[in-house]
Design a protein around this ligand. Structure first.
Ligand code: P6P
Length: 337
């Protein structure tokens, strides 16, 4: 019987689980707990503006509780909720230099969670949407306690990936390799309801997203690519959209079509490959976009085929509509004059 509020994400996950004969329910329990963490983070993100108004200034609020920076709060929330559920062997966070072991008193599992707890958090005080990005791998070593080798896996081995977008509404988008599905949090009920089933990104978009401040630091090939997107004789014409919050820019392009770019640049010799991280940003979004019919590249090869070498390695990113990203690769390779 159809529920009066539509399909919840839990019902959706259980339905997908039934389609997979080997499923034990462990993955469903893992994702369900991550959803609880996201609801807790969403509540704090939505309160952040009010916190300022109510004078939760400095490090203490009116109840004398320590006020954590939102990304620290989000990071701790995920670790505390996910550490004890017995489904993970190791955790890796964009906020922590090293991998995070599961405390000895908790049971271990066969999955690896990699995440960016609150990407774009510098935008929160101007009420721009921000997001949590997650990537899930299976353990590949025999050690009960996960190791760095369990984390540093190429993107094509992910078993699930997705993001939560904290904006005008709280959205969850995820894939387990069986399509990409979007859910919207119904505040009064506190449930994520299916609102975007089987998302497909248009083959070619009309949006390009890049921060042109760095134009002079790009290769001549990337400069030519962006000039193409801006050229008056390019048909159909493109328009520029750039929020400066990866999950927002990615989500818009996923639904409408287009390409997001964060190219390599020469600004910072310590970051020759641009700003975005392979493991907790590019790789999970590359899995989502591929499952939606799109593509993600570092300009030379598919993001999902990059063999990671370091936990926080950065990577140039061209991601979105397949035709647009393949065109970007041709420019970056110097095949377009
Ligand atoms: P820039 C936010 O700080 C972030 O990590 C991503 O969310 C966003 O896409 C990017 O950096 C924006 O970087 O250099 O354009 O401000």
């Amino acid at each position: 019987m159809k529920s009066s509020i539509g399909m919840t994400v839990t019902e959706h996950m259980l339905a997908k689980q039934r389609e997979n004969p080997e499923a034990t329910g462990a993955f469903t329990r893992l994702l369900s707990e991550l959803i609880v963490a996201a609801k807790i983070i969403a509540r704090e993100v939505n309160k952040a503006g009010i916190a300022d108004i109510l004078g939760y200034a400095g490090r203490e609020n009116v109840q004398g509780e320590e006020v954590q920076k939102l990304d620290e709060f989000a990071n701790r929330t995920i670790i505390e909720r996910m550490g004890h559920i017995g489904q993970l062997c190791v955790i890796a966070s964009e906020e922590d230099a090293d991998i995070i072991q599961i405390p000895p008193q908790y049971p271990k599992g066969n999955y690896v969670l990699i995440y960016d707890p609150l990407d774009g958090s510098s935008n929160i005080d101007v009420n721009v949407s921000i997001g949590t990005i997650f990537s899930i791998h299976r353990k590949i070593t025999s050690d009960e306690n996960g190791t760095l080798s369990d984390v540093l896996q190429p993107g094509y081995r992910q078993v699930a990936a997705g993001y939560f977008l904290y904006g005008s509404s709280t959205i969850m988008v995820y894939t387990t390799g069986q399509g990409v599905h979007g859910f919207t949090l119904l505040p009064g009920i506190g449930e994520f309801l299916l609102t975007h089933e089987n998302i497909r990104i248009p083959e070619r978009g009309t949006i390009f997203s890049v921060n042109e401040t760095y134009y002079n630091y790009w290769s001549a090939e990337v400069q030519r690519l962006v000039n193409y997107f801006k050229a008056p004789d390019t048909k159909p014409a493109y328009t520029a959209r750039y929020v400066g919050s990866l999950v927002s820019d990615f989500h818009r392009n996923l639904l409408k079509g287009g390409i997001f770019m964060y190219p390599a640049d020469t600004r910072d010799p310590k970051k020759p490959h641009g700003k975005l991280r392979l493991m907790c940003e590019a790789s999970p979004l590359a899995f989502v976009v591929r499952e939606a019919g799109g593509y993600a590249s570092n300009g030379e090869k598919p993001i999902l085929e990059i063999e990671p070498e370091e936990l926080h390695q950065r990577v140039p990113l061209f991601i979105g509509s397949k035709e647009d990203v393949e065109l970007a690769e041709r420019y970056v390779r110097g095949e377009m004059n």
